[in-house]
Design a protein around this ligand. Structure first.
Ligand SMILES: [Zn+2]
Length: 297
């Protein structure tokens, strides 16, 4: 009996990977915050609440000794490592061959360096294609978690890009609108079940994830959560380390002031409050644990 579950996932984006926010050429050498500060804060909260989460790793980060030591702590604490590509490119502007190579390179690097075999994938900026589903299947993945169908969130991110004056029209993979029913979804290849899709939930037209909840009044999180608690057996919640941003980090990267939640004072408390609320009455499982249990139901 699986019961009611909640799965927390973290996209391990460094500051330069915030495709909707970061100005081009963001100086990554100065980013001493994303992993040692924000990620470790998140690890502390997860440990306190006894939650095992899924961390989607951008494999090029493993080349940096400080980031690597944080990733080793993540693995040691029993969290799951998923694949979030090698360099987190904006896939909408990439040809398919380079896109698939980026997924493969990440897979190899994670296995080689962290000695774990990823079972799940999250696409940067949720840009997934039919070809990437096939690639994941060939690499032995059992699930994907890249879909995020929310018209309101898409309009919000486009608006941000226009405000930041870096808007460029993107091609669309058109896949998201095919999965508007009740998740999880089975993605079939030639009539055989291939991968399970665990999307970012969509509640009342708005995606249900941490970055949005840091920007909005707490009622948005509380209302969306109450709705999901009534309707969903399996809740999935996505986070980014930037949601625990520190004052020092904002001083080093003044463009962060454009992000609405940077003004919030209680980022750690707010994170702990939400996670605590999510696990009350629900069993926390990593996405892999959830997927394995779901497949054996
Ligand atoms: Zn990302």
């Amino acid at each position: 009996m699986l019961g009611e579950t909640v799965s927390i996932s973290v996209d391990c984006d460094s500051l330069k990977h915030y495709l909707n926010f970061a100005p081009q050429g963001t100086d990554v050498e100065k980013d001493k915050f994303t992993f040692p500060v924000m990620c470790r804060n998140l690890l502390r909260i997860l440990e306190k609440l006894k939650i095992k989460a899924t961390f989607f790793c951008i494999a090029e980060q493993l080349n940096d000794p400080v980031n690597l030591s944080v990733y080793r702590e993540i693995v040691q604490a029993g969290h799951e490592i998923g694949n979030h590509t090698f360099s987190h490119p904006d896939i909408a502007f990439l040809d398919e061959e380079k896109h698939l190579l980026n997924i493969r390179l990440a897979h190899q690097a994670i296995m080689e360096v962290l000695k774990v075999k990823p079972a799940g994938y999250r696409a940067p900026a949720y840009f997934i294609t039919e070809g990437s589903f096939k690639e994941l299947k060939e690499l032995g993945y059992s699930y994907d978690s890249s879909l995020c169908y929310s018209r309101a969130t898409r309009i919000f991110t486009y608006a941000l890009k226009i405000i930041n004056r870096n808007y460029q029209p993107k091609r669309s993979s058109g896949i998201h609108s095919r999965f508007k029913g009740l998740p999880p979804y089975n993605i079939e290849f030639d009539g055989i079940n291939g991968l399970t899709e665990w999307p970012i939930p969509n509640v009342a037209g708005l995606a249900y994830y941490g970055t949005l909840h840091c920007c909005m009044p707490s009622q948005v999180f509380n209302t969306q959560t109450a709705f999901l608690n009534l309707r969903k057996k399996y809740i999935h919640y996505e986070l980014h380390p930037i949601e625990l941003i520190s004052k020092e980090c904002v001083e080093a990267f003044p463009w962060l002031r454009k992000i609405p939640f940077v003004r919030r004072e209680d980022l750690s408390d707010w994170m702990e409050y939400r996670l605590q609320k999510l696990i009350s009455g629900r069993k926390p499982l990593t996405l892999k644990e959830l997927n394995d249990a779901y497949l054996y139901l």
